[in-house]
Design a protein around this ligand. Structure first.
Ligand SMILES: Nc1ncnc2c1ncn2[C@@H]1O[C@H](COP(=O)(O)OP(=O)(O)O)[C@@H](O)[C@H]1O
Ligand SMILES: Cc1ncc(COP(=O)(O)O)c(N)n1
Length: 263
């Protein structure tokens, strides 16, 4: 059997819990071959982001070309894209190469509150990348930024999912990690809502949950799962990873990407 291939286009987190590092760990844990195109280097830990250096958009394009033309990809996941120029490059490559699956995690602000996308780049994300996406995975603050809605209930998550779906992606998953009570994620395809629920895990170690979750969805799609099946498999994976968070660092620590093996 050939090994499914996944590419992440995202920023580096020196702390190893989010960004490219989380994505590659999730890919490895879920049995797919991981590749990366870096958009930015952050000096970051569990407390916050101390520095950001954005890479030239031409270098992002070259990294994508290098891996796609040689190794090939079955699914692509995007995370921190930093600015509008990089978003334009990623959209152009998505159109050129016609990837089977494109998972867009619309990363805007880190858990620590530090910005990861220039505010003026939001319109580029929506207009250039959303229409090409298989699935877009906003958390509640991102869903609020995209729709202007205040979201604190599942009914409001449904409303946000509908509005974001109208921006062009085939599927929308509004994530409920920031909800009070159970952690419910709402998936919408323009016709039907599906719900993915888990009990809330009482932990402050949630650094990189969104990156890890979106990468797990891409891994499932690369393996041939349907979108709802890939979301359920990713939900099971992130729940176990959160339950076994190693408690590293003084702030929001990482999850345990390999909890199924070592805990
Ligand atoms: N404390 C928690 N308990 C259970 N599940 C959680 C918790 N925090 C996040 N999740 C789950 O982790 C995934 C990522 O969600 P979220 O934390 O909202 O993303 P982000 O990292 O982008 O803010 C979702 O499936 C969400 O439901
Ligand atoms: C390079 C990079 N990419 C993404 C995130 C978002 O992760 P989180 O929302 O858990 O801070 C991050 N902190 N750093």
């Amino acid at each position: 059997m050939s090994l499914p291939r996944c590419l992440t286009i995202a920023g580096s987190d020196s702390g190893g819990g989010a960004g490219i590092q989380a994505d590659l760990k999730a890919f490895a844990a879920l049995g797919v071959y991981g590749m990366s195109a870096l958009t930015a280097v952050t000096a970051q830990n569990t407390i916050g982001v101390q520095a950001v250096f954005e890479l030239p958009a031409t270098l992002v394009a070259q990294q994508i070309d290098s891996v796609v033309t040689d190794i090939g990809v079955d699914a692509v996941k995007t995370g921190m894209l930093a600015n509008a120029e990089i978003i334009a490059v990623v959209a152009e490559k998505a159109r050129t190469y016609r990837w089977p699956y494109l998972v867009v995690d619309p990363v805007m602000v880190a858990k620590s509150g530090d910005p990861l996308l220039r505010p003026e780049a939001r319109t580029a994300l929506i207009s250039l990348l959303f229409p090409l996406a298989t699935i877009v995975t906003p958390n509640l603050p991102e869903a609020k930024a995209l729709t202007g809605l205040n979201i604190s209930s599942v009914a409001e998550m449904e409303q946000a999912a509908q509005q974001i779906h109208a921006l062009g992606p085939r599927w929308v998953l509004v994530k409920g990690g920031h909800l009070a009570g159970d952690s419910v994620d709402v998936l919408y395809d323009g016709h039907e809502y599906r719900y993915f629920s888990s009990s809330r895990i009482e932990t402050r170690h949630t650094h990189g949950t969104g990156c890890t979750f979106a990468s797990a969805i891409a891994a499932g799609l690369a393996k041939g799962l349907s979108v709802p099946e890939a979301v359920q498999a990713a939900k099971d994976y992130i729940t176990l990873a959160l339950q076994h968070a190693p408690g590293l660092g003084q702030g929001h620590g990482p999850v345990h990407h390999f909890a199924a093996w070592y805990r």
